[in-house]
Design a protein around this ligand. Sequence first.
Ligand code: ATP
Ligand code: LTN
Length: 331
Amino acid sequence: MDKKTIFSGVQPSGILTIGNYLGAIKNWGAFQEECNCIFCVVDQHAITVRQVPADLRRRTYETLAIYIACGIDPEKSTLFVQSHVSGHAELAWALNCFTMYGELSRMTQFKDKSKKNADNINAGLFTYPVLMASDILLYQTDLVPVGQDQMQHIELARDIANRFNTVFSPTFTVPEGFIPKTGARVMSLSEPTKKMSKSDENVNGFVSLLDDKDTIIRKFKRAVTDSDTVVCRGDEKYGINNLMNIYSCFTGKTDEEIVREFEGKGYGDFKLAVGEAVADGLAPIQAEFNKLMADKSYLEAIMKNGADTANRMAQKTLSKVYRKLGFVGRL
Ligand code: ATP
Ligand code: LTN
């Protein structure tokens, strides 16, 4: 049987958080042995919100270095930068014409980001899910490992693929989302009913993969919790539920083990333990990241190689799409 194709990406819109790590990147590596894996730094998505150009450029390198530091092996997976493969934007235009205004209006991320960026509700922010569908469909992707918040976009990508396949003939593989059992939705430390986000203006809400140990421990100590004192889950104990999820992801411990470990102890001890577990878990990633960032030419070689491979795959789908649409092939 043919190998399954896996595609995913993260925007270089900030330093990646433990939410991006637990919800997405940490789960990518497991597919590398058996599947055709493609991981992209989606810089074209990032400009739907204003970026400082120099920061965007630096973060594109950083995001690639983080992928590798988190265990993505450039020898096994294709790693590249979205704007290096023009097929993404080209397919997005075609698929825009197969996506309905009403569908895009229902996207939760669009509604949230419109509220946050009320002075810049641009057309790119609105059609962002079409570019994401193009990223996925361009590679005939079977599986898309993402956090919970992206499932709505994947559903839309499926609808667009099915629509195109029905109007013409089977053209796109209809992709499925893959969500981890724990860590699919890491919440903000300062507002635990909100998703942790790398572009949150309150830096205490997120833990970045590059935060040092003292910062990590300080952020967990300040994490908002409830007025109870017992470390256990509860319907309204959003902060503690979140910390238990994070602790479990970094230590592999079950809920029962965590409850037993902190019996008779308070939230303070628990928060400190979570901070230490996260800092210890991130230390090897940070060491590897620093090594990679010191060798830009290595990162550039990976980008170049990845873009060549991705471009070959992308052109195959794109020419099929153009033919079906009735475009005269380039002479
Ligand atoms: P931004 O704040 O710029 O919107 P973000 O932090 O929400 O960014 P994205 O680049 O949009 O991150 O997401 C990259 C991947 O990380 C996606 O698969 C997404 O589902 C996952 N992800 C993002 N935030 C979380 C979170 N809090 N918990 C779990 N997964 C997450
Ligand atoms: N929209 C995603 C990032 C993203 C993505 C993708 C994820 C862009 N293209 C393709 C998976 C597959 C987000 O996390 N905001």
